[in-house]
Ligand binder design. Structure first.
Ligand code: 3H9
Length: 691
């Protein structure tokens, strides 16, 4: 064995030279790995004993891409060409893939003549999720191998494609036995030699791109079909342009196009925000006073109290991950309804091809209903998801305290109530934690994990790990009204309502939020949720605009009207009825309605959010600013290409946010008082998210 460098070895196995990369955690293309490939290839090519070459990785995965943290930083270094060394090799080169071959990792594999993989491996070009495009030739090679249509799908979604599908598409040439990758790859290399197979280069494959030449409709249709999904993002369009180049330009010209477009994205604000978001999500898992080696509580069964929308959605997450769930309800019909909704949800997914009919039965088979809380005695974790009333929750938790086995985690899905108070009725407050799922709980990625005063470290560590297991993005927050997400949302909602009383119409405010990149504005959101949540007809006295709308049976989308009028296709239109109601309210309040600019709407809605984020940090309710951004991106539709409220505040300048808050405070009082931390940051020239 020869050490090529600190992360690369070269060995000769019979007549096959094996280059092994070992750069934990994910063999990212650091300078060391790039040099390892380049110099390893030179060694293998120069080795007279090696007739073929295998490129393989140690550890959990094949190369997972460029080193994201290092992207964009310029260093003066000796030029090397690892991709060229792979592609120009006079001896056949075989990439041996396990784990994930992603981004620059798959691009390196595409420079090899052949690729073998274990069945559990996945391949993808996920750069789009970092606001980028594959910048090591992947945009030109992948379409040549799989055709433009599949390349469009893979590159604009960033999906990690399972090995079997890669085999069908031609990305992988052969699957080898799980756990026997090295032997399998070497055997494949010998087969290539024995059969005298050609030194096939992906760059020279032309049938699929030639067939698409002169058919611009492929791209036009793809753009049209995905316009909504891609709205606001630059990277999908830049990826599409590269695939167009692959179809219309010779390979070397296409590479130049790729390089130019890659540089544009890399230098842009969107990619900076998206790369920040990548690390922010991972950072959120690190809890300073809960070390990595904190013992975990095994969670092999879960109980859920409440079979409503929330309870049902939560149950699905666990069943999807193969964890058995017991759902407890008070009445049989509510339980039947809840289980029926879950089944229907699964069947809908199956009808769209997301899962098989057998999966539906398997998952339903993991969910058991019960009317008896004693059924929760053996479970490892209980999540309460009932009506938001403190007396009900306290009653449930005191019963759980008596029923559940020692060591079980007792979680509440409350979005508003004080978890310390809930925990106080138990004799084991250390076992109590908040798990705030977002609706629909089987779809939304965010999980706010709420740490109460006495929550133990193992309970926190277990909840964070479990979140990942069920496919959620978790952030740890403290107990305060609204926790982090809803507390910040409250600021935006309040300002939206106030602006309406000052002269802005709901559709003006919604348009500004939508154009900023939110999926919908606050009023469209209220219409979707239903204006009558918490509204009681008998008590309604027309005191608020919401009252007035509900009294006219304008209760949102479901009644065909709310703030907006809805047509038969549920398309929203500004409503003259709503406009009149608002104008009457404004006239009665004695305020002179004024013209409000889009810029003012944006600042009024968003600056108080940044300010509230600063207060949350001041109070220690979030560990770090990036956790707040993780919450807003994954739970509230903050456009990821704008990084989250705290990142955004930093980008536009905290001095600007502070000046804006001071101006509002002077006009309208201490509701707008700048957070002390915001003042401090500005005074010290610091910011929240960049160090
Ligand atoms: C690219 O390739 C551009 C090229 O086209 C052009 C070049 C010119 N870099 O996610 P995990 C770290 S762009 C640096 O918790 P998992 C991660 O931060 C890249 N670090 O594990 C974490 O560190 P820590 C295209 C990376 O098992 C640790 O590894 N590639 C990178 O749940 C474990 O990560 C991608 O976008 C990286 N590339 O998932 C793939 N990747 O422990 C990005 C990971 O200190 N990566 N780290 O917090 C992933 O999708 C997942 O990490 C992966 C593993 C699926 C690989």
């Amino acid at each position: 064995m020869t050490a090529i460098n600190a992360v690369t070895d070269y060995t000769l196995d019979g007549d096959v030279g094996v280059i092994t990369l070992n750069s934990p955690p994910v063999n990212a293309l650091s300078r060391g790995v790039l040099e390892g490939i380049a110099f390893g290839m030179q060694a293998a090519v120069a080795d007279p004993g090696a007739k073929a070459i295998v490129l393989i990785c140690e550890g959990r995965t094949f190369i997972a891409g460029a080193d994201i943290g290092g992207l964009g930083s310029r260093r003066e270094e000796r030029p090397i060409d690892p991709m060229g060394e792979l592609e120009r090799s006079p001896k056949p080169v075989i990439a041996a893939i396990h784990g994930t071959a992603l981004g620059g990792g798959l691009e390196a594999a595409l420079c090899c003549n052949y690729r073998v993989a274990v069945p559990s491996a996945r391949c993808g070009l996920p750069e789009v999720n970092l606001g980028l495009l594959p910048g090591a030739g992947g945009t030109q090679r992948l379409p040549r191998l799989v055709g433009p249509q599949k390349a469009l799908e893979m590159m604009t979604s960033g999906m990690h494609v399972p090995a079997r599908q890669c085999l069908e598409m031609g990305v992988v040439d052969e699957l080898v036995e799980e756990g026997k990758l090295r032997e399998g790859a070497i055997a494949f290399a010998r087969k290539v030699l024995a059969e005298n197979r050609p030194l096939r280069k992906v760059r020279d494959i032309s049938e699929k791109v030639e067939a698409a030449r002169g058919h611009p409709e492929i791209f036009a249709e793809f753009r049209k079909a995905n316009a909504r999904k891609f709205r606001g993002f630059m990277a999908p369009e830049w990826n599409i342009r590269c695939i167009e180049a692959a179809v219309n330009q010779p390979f070397d010209e296409g590479i130049k196009t790729e390089q130019k477009l890659f540089r544009e994205l890399l230098a842009g604000e969107q990619s900076a925000a998206q790369r920040y978001a990548f690390f922010a999500e991972r950072q959120a898992n690190k809890i300073p006073d809960v070390p990595d080696d904190t013992p975990l509580i095994p969670v092999n069964s879960v109980g859920i109290i409440g079979a409503g929308t929330m309870g049902g959605g939560i149950a699905m997450n666990f069943a999807n991950a193969g964890i058995p769930v017991t759902i407890v309800e008070v009445k049989q019909d509510a339980l039947d309804r809840g289980l029926g909704v879950i089944r229907k949800n699964y069947e809908r997914t199956a009808s769209r091809g997301g899962i098989t009919a057998a999966d539906v039965e398997k998952r339903m088979g993991l969910i058991t209903g019960s009317l008896d809380m004693n059924a929760l005695a053996p479970v490892d974790m209980v999540i309460e998801a009932v009506f938001e009333r403190m007396d009900i929750k306290k009653d449930i938790f005191s019963k759980l305290d008596a029923i559940c086995k020692p060591g079980a985690i007792l979680a509440t899905n409350t979005s508003a109530l004080n978890i310390d108070e809930i925990a106080s009725v138990t004799k084991r407050p250390e076992a109590v934690i908040g798990l705030h799922f977002f609706s629909p709980a089987n779809v939304m990625k965010l999980l706010e994990v709420v740490r109460a005063d006495h929550t133990s470290k193992p309970v926190i560590a277990t909840s964070m790990k479990l979140a990942k297991k069920i496919g959620k993005v978790a952030a740890l927050v403290g107990v305060c009204p609204g926790f982090v997400g809803n507390r910040i949302l409250g600021q935006r909602q309040r300002e939206a309502q106030k602006l309406m009383f000052e002269g802005a119409m709901p559709w003006d405010i919604d348009r500004v939020m939508y154009d900023f990149g939110f999926p919908m504005g606050p009023f469209a959101m209220s219409d979707l949720a239903g204006l009558d949540i918490g509204w009681v007809k008998e008590n309604s006295r027309g005191e608020t605009i919401r009252d007035a709308l509900c009294e006219l049976d304008r209760r949102g989308q479901k009644t065909g009207a709310g703030y907006y009028d809805y047509d038969e296709n549920r398309v929203a239109h500004p409503s003259p009825v709503t406009e009149k109601i608002i104008q009457d309210f404004v006239a009665r309040s004695g305020v002179n309605a004024r013209t409000i600019t889009d810029e003012e709407i944006l600042e009024r809605c968003l600056y108080p959010m940044v300010n509230e984020g600063a207060k949350i940090l001041e109070e220690g309710m979030a560990i770090r600013a990036s956790d707040i951004d993780v919450i807003w991106e994954n739970g509230y539709g903050w456009p990821v290409y704008r990084g989250g409220p705290m990142w955004w505040g930093d980008q536009i300048g905290l001095d600007k946010v502070l000046a804006g808050m001071k101006k509002l405070q002077a006009q309208m009082g201490d509701l707008y008082k700048p957070a002390a931390l915001l003042e401090k940051m500005v005074a010290e020239g610091k910011n929240f998210t960049r160090v």
